[in-house]
Structure formats: C-alpha cells, structure tokens
Write a protein that binds this ligand. Structure first.
Ligand code: 5GP
Length: 251
C-alpha cells in the first residue's frame, strides 16, 4: 500500500476534530468536501460495554479497509474512500451518513441466531439483508424498510439503491475472500449522501465490521475473537491482511 505522507504532514492536514467514535476520529481538512479519518487502536463490543486497546489494530483496519475500498472501486463500486495517507489515516469524501446499518448475512450466526433461535453456521439459500437504526442510545435496534422510509431516514429510492449496492458488494467480497480461503459469513455496511445527493458506500470494511471464517477450519478471523474472548485478536486481523496483500489487487 502506498504511504505518501509523513506523520507530521498528516497532522498538518487535520484541521478540527469533528467527531470521535468508538473506532475512529474524523477531522476536517482545508477542503470542505474532504475529511481525514484516523483509525484508533480501541476495540469495543456490545455497544462499548466491553472495551480494550490493541496497539496496531488501527493500522490493520486502515490498511484492510483501504485495500477493500480500492479493490471495490476497480470493480465499479464507488465509496467515500479517496486514499490512504499513512499507517492509521485515510482521506474520505464528506458525506451525510444515512442512519442505517445495513447487514448482509450469508451464514447464520450472531444476533440472527440469538433472535430467531436458528442453528449456527447454516449456509443461507440466498443472502439476507437487515437494517438497524444507527443509535447508540437505543442499541442499534433492528428495523425494516418501512421504518426507514416512513420515519424519514432514507427515501424509498435510497433504500432500493442501498440494497442493490449491498448485494453487489456481497457478491464481489464473497468471491474475493473465497480466493484467499476465507468464508464471508456476514458484514455491516454504512452509506452516505454526497453533495449531489448520490448514495455512496461509506464507513469501513474490516474485521471489525465483518465476520470472516477460515474456509477449512471455520476459525474466526474477526472481532468475534474479542467479543467471545477467543484470544489473539490482532493475529486474526494480521492474517486477513496477510492473505489480502499476498493475493494482490490484480488477481
Ligand atoms: P450481528 O447482528 O450478528 O451482531 O452482526 C452482524 C454483522 O454486522 C457482523 O459482521 C458484525 O460485525 C456487524 N455489525 C453489526 N452491528 C455492528 C456495529 O454496531 N458495529 C460493528 N463494527 N459491526 C457491526
């Protein structure tokens, strides 16, 4: 991955801290349409009721997410991502975040099994898309398309666009990860509106936001290692990065 800026040059790009979330900080830059994102080393789960710090985690999520957004752009999926600028920072286009978490599931696990009592680890006959309302105060409650549209969080057209991009990303990433021996179990996407009102993929795509299982062993290579106290969280993130970087963008 191309590293083009020294830490001092990156600090210079950051103007004002606009937002600090659980895993990232967002700064304004001298361009009103461009933001600087800093990936933090903090790990949180269960709406930050469980927290830890792992040195190097921000770097890994930054390089993994930058790699995936770059690869998706080559496949025709646009996102807010502009470029990686150093180990833990990337530049993104400013978008107005749509307050929906879009979850795509290929295999049963996690909250789907808890909520519906279905068996873990079953391959679904087709992907399931779910929406949650992005609200820490409410613990990101599950909603449906009607809630999103009627309560004014997204238009009907935006919901249709989000679903269509989510399914395309799922198809592309399922193939990508299969090529490096990883089963893409499920993941969460976020979307935003750019200055022209176009819906763009946003946030990050990383082991924090996806469930990655080793195709053969079903070992967890994602944040479930932290959620379930399985140990070696960083080793799992490093393994995802090792496989993606060894594969290369062009294969
Ligand atoms: P579940 O609903 O089973 O907990 O999560 C489904 C998928 O979405 C998992 O890949 C999980 O990592 C991701 N996901 C759901 N909600 C969040 C969230 O609030 N933050 C992050 N980082 N990932 C989430």
């Amino acid at each position: 991955m191309l590293i083009i800026k020294s830490p001092l040059e990156v600090l210079d790009m950051a103007e004002e801290l606009l937002y600090e979330g659980k895993a990232k900080k967002i700064f304004s830059t001298d361009d009103p349409n461009v933001l600087l994102v800093q990936y933090k080393d903090s790990l949180t789960a269960f709406n930050a009721k469980k927290r830890d710090e792992k040195a190097g985690k921000g770097h890994l999520n930054n390089v993994i997410s930058s790699w995936i957004f770059t690869w998706l752009a080559k496949k025709g999926v646009e996102s807010h991502f502009i470029k990686q600028v150093d180990e833990t920072h990337q530049l993104i286009r400013k978008v107005e975040i749509i307050p929906l978490e879009t979850i795509v599931r290929n295999v049963t696990t996690g909250s789907l099994c808890r909520r519906l009592g279905v068996e873990e680890g079953k391959k679904l006959s087709r992907p399931i898309i779910e929406f949650s309302y992005k609200s820490d105060a409410l613990d990101d409650p599950l909603i449906n398309d009607d809630h999103a549209i009627v309560l004014g969080w997204a238009t009907e057209e935006e919901v249709a666009t989000i679903k269509s991009i989510a399914l395309k990303v799922n198809k592309l990433l399922t193939e990508l990860f299969a090529s490096v021996g990883v089963l893409l179990v499920d993941f969460k996407l976020e979307f935003g509106r750019d200055e022209k009102g176009r819906v763009l993929l946003a946030d990050e795509i990383s082991p924090d936001t996806c469930r990655f299982w080793d195709s053969k062993t079903h070992d967890h290579l994602d944040k479930d290692r932290f959620r379930k106290d399985l140990g070696d969280v960083l080793g799992a993130y490093e393994e995802i990065w090792r496989r993606l970087s060894a594969r290369g963008m062009d294969a």
